[in-house]
Design a binder for this molecule. Sequence first.
Ligand code: RVK
Ligand code: MG
Ligand code: MG
Length: 319
Amino acid sequence: MAVSLEQRFQGSLLGLAVGDALGGRFEAQSAEHLRQRFSGVESLINYVTDEIWYTDDTQMTIALAEVLADQGEILEESLCAAFVGNYVPSRGYGRGARMVIEAMEEGEDYRAVASKYFPGGSYGNGAAMRVAPVGLFFHNDEAMLLEQARQSALPTHVHPLGIEGAQLIAAAVAYVTRSDEFKRDDFFRWLISLCQSEEYREKLTAASEIKSTEQLAGLGNGIEALESVPTAIASFALSPESYAETIGNVILLGGDADTLAAMAGAISGAHLGVDAIPKQLLGRLEESPKGKSYLLSLASRLFLKYQLRLANRSIDERT
Ligand code: RVK
Ligand code: MG
Ligand code: MG
């Protein structure tokens, strides 16, 4: 059955949240330990028998989606306000991100804090983990996609590798949102053509050549964008027809499991739609004030704003 565009928006946000919440249970564990504990993806999924709670990855994605759904574009000031409004420290933020948001909260010069903490800016995966709404909203406008992914990174991640990681995840989400059919070679060709650095070009070329899940670990499982963005993209491309395999295979790598599964889950959910997320997982996602129901309605709100943008664009083109 064809997947509607609204189901893709919902699938991406919910796919991200479920991946984040399940992966969050295993953050920082070793692959060796996880392999001893679980025989494969099915046993990992069957392990979930109680409520799963998302982490900072989803919390910050919510902020981004709210800004886009309300304003139709990312403006740095509104995004900072949304990060502050959604800040729940117990969700487990990156060290740099926490300091930057706390400076924003106090009305201090957060840019000075950021550049003092990480000279040259953060190259963590914090901008890539939250960028999926940009990929959905600008899926048919390449220039805006890349520019808005960049804008969404800047409050916390000014390092070029942090920004480029966000642009590549946004692009992967955009690609699968655009059409029903997934053409693997074309997908990687496009992503590689968007790379600005040799580091990402090399990693994505390696990702495009991977044939089995055993090879995924070679791409990395770390908190740096370069050590996780290509891995998440590769996991999706290995199992484009299975949400569970896409997130399960990266969670079993250990390391930054929540973020790997958030990014991979956002791509897979955009491709397959919300109904492809196993009920066993989706049914257990937290029902807090900004939990499952809120995420579903936020995705629909983002979709409505997208339709409005499309209508305005075609009026502009005709006048
Ligand atoms: C806790 C040296 C740098 C660096 C630089 C390293 C949440 C540091 C989410 C830093 C994600 C870490 C994750 C994360 C997202 C970055 N020099 N080291 N220039 N830039 N690092 O603090 O939002 O889990 O070790 O900016 O990117 O689930 O602590 O945070 O896994 O990357 O945090 O970078 O983190 P931050 P973030
Ligand atoms: Mg997290
Ligand atoms: Mg993480």
